[in-house]
Design a binder for this molecule. Structure first.
Ligand code: NCD
Length: 307
């Protein structure tokens, strides 16, 4: 049995296989519609979510399985003081696989020490979000056909943005990937990502505070939300909330095959006029999230001998 706590838990070959499975699911949906008959996914969401939780649930339903769970900590026994370990022991008696989102970094890892079924990290605080990264990888693969030789612009809240941290960790394992980190100084990528991931990988990166100056170099523009809930004060949030707003004018110098991505939800960082530009891929990305989660559930249940 294996868990998915961070993207680097998977080898490059395992990621390739999972992407191949997702592509096969897209092409042959009927083939997969009963493979999880009788199996249950529990979604334990101690933090708000729309896409991640619903795409997990849709994924399991489309595989023929069922879902149970909760969407806020207040409706679980965590509000009575139950530990993450105890919740994991209990829920693994009721479900075959668990997707957990938690505001505390490392909570899914703690759950995995006591769970009898695979735990999937569906986002832990500002740390990591491996299933969003698998979603991003499937999107990059479908748009670019490869993970090598790309310049990726990451823009917005790179400090608290767990999707950014996971994506950097994943993309650093490929050849000739260059990162352009676009953020205000106060919201730049944490030092541990620079020293432990970027510096060690040998992939180059540059930090800038203005997206227009680098727009013409970028193959993938990964926009992120300035995350109000992670700031220590409302004033700090207000200072940064309008730091980057992508509109059609700013895309004037962009490549014609640029892929604009965003894990969503969007607040104001991408104007809705951009939605109609063929380079906007964020809604396709959300759909890819369902397919890759189908592939992930299938793979983890197989590794656990349940399929
Ligand atoms: C992201 C998250 O929860 O980290 N959303 C998502 O899972 N699609 C990004 C965000 O909340 O801004």
């Amino acid at each position: 049995m294996r868990h998915l706590l961070d993207t680097t838990d998977l080898s490059l070959k395992e990621i390739d296989d999972m992407i191949a499975t997702a592509v096969d699911i897209i092409d042959n949906k009927d083939k997969y519609s009963h493979i999880c008959d009788g199996k249950k996914l529990a979604t334990l969401f101690f933090e708000p979510s729309t896409r991640t939780r619903l795409s997990f649930e849709a994924a399991m339903l489309e595989l023929g399985g069922s879902v149970l769970g909760f969407s806020e900590a207040a409706s679980s026994s965590a509000s009575k003081g139950e530990s993450v370990e105890d919740t994991a022991i209990m829920v693994s008696c009721y479900a075959d696989i668990i997707a957990m989102r938690h505001p505390f970094e490392g909570a899914p890892r703690i759950a995995s020490t006591r769970s009898k079924v695979p735990i999937i990290n569906a986002g832990d605080g500002g740390h990591s979000h491996p299933t969003q990264t698998l979603t991003d990888l499937l999107t990059i693969y479908r748009e670019k056909g490869s993970f090598n030789n790309l310049t990726i612009g990451l823009c917005g809240d790179l400090k608290f943005g767990r999707t950014v941290h996971s994506l950097i960790k994943a993309m650093c394992r490929y050849e000739n990937v260059k990162f352009v980190l676009i953020s205000p100084k106060e919201l730049c990528v944490p030092d541990y990502i620079k020293s432990d991931v970027l510096d060690k990988s040998g992939n180059g990166y540059e930090e800038v505070e203005d997206m227009e100056q680098v727009m013409d170099q970028i193959d993938i523009l990964y926009m992120t939300r300035i995350q109000r809930e992670r700031f220590f004060s409302e004033d700090e949030y207000l200072k940064h909330k309008d730091a980057f707003i992508l509109d059609l004018d700013k895309l004037k110098t962009a490549k014609s095959d640029l892929a604009i991505m965003h894990p969503l939800p969007r607040v104001n960082e991408i104007k809705t006029e951009v939605d109609f530009d063929p380079r906007a891929k964020y809604f396709e990305q959300a759909l890819n999230g369902k397919y890759i989660r189908m592939a992930l559930i299938k793979t983890l249940l197989e590794w656990g001998g349940k399929l």
